[in-house]
Design a protein around this ligand. Structure first.
Ligand SMILES: [Fe+2]
Length: 174
């Protein structure tokens, strides 16, 4: 058996604000929305993958934004470094704050959605390193500069290796 993570549903308060944010900043498309059981609460389904009806969903049943949802963060991988830059640009265009963190194995931006749910966008580096690791990185660097910085910053940490090597080790774990 192999479980594959499929989707996350967040409880939210304001569907218009949330749909706009997840469309404009995160690039999701609306798949469907409607009232559960015909009378509510409203549920909104969004995806970026035609094979996945919803990767993220929102149930409009959060009463106030003061109470934390207890969610730590949801993380999304992008395939190119330029897409991290694109999200950075979109956030900056809207005057939204982000925290650039590098875990050695990934170059990430962390930021909050309009209801305080923390999101992460990350680009994989070619390396594995023992976790957890957290260093602030400069997202104005080019891809080559950033990868050179990652290697320099993490190469002396335990388990620093090419990702292929650490994958092989994981597969052999019981
Ligand atoms: Fe994360």
């Amino acid at each position: 058996m192999k479980l594959e993570v499929s989707h996350t549903i967040l409880n939210i308060k304001d569907s218009d604000v949330i749909i706009n944010f997840y469309s404009e900043i995160m690039g999701f498309k609306l798949s469907d929305k409607g009232l559960i059981g015909g009378s509510g609460p409203e549920i909104i389904f969004m995806s970026q993958d035609e094979d996945e009806h919803h990767q993220i969903g929102f149930s409009v049943q959060r009463e106030n934004l003061e109470n934390s949802t207890q969610l730590n963060h949801i993380s999304f991988r992008v395939r190119t470094f330029d897409e991290v830059k694109e999200v950075k640009r979109r956030l900056e265009d809207k005057g939204l704050e982000y925290l650039p963190l590098c875990h050695g194995n990934a170059l990430s931006l962390y930021f909050d959605d309009p209801e305080g749910n923390t999101l992460e966008i990350f680009f994989d580096t070619p390396w594995h390193v023992i976790q957890p690791q957290t260093e602030i990185w400069d997202p104005n660097m080019t891809e080559n500069q950033a990868l050179a910085w990652v290697e320099k910053t993490f190469k002396d940490k335990p388990d620093f290796s090419k990702k292929e090597d650490s994958k092989r080790e994981f597969v052999n774990r019981t």
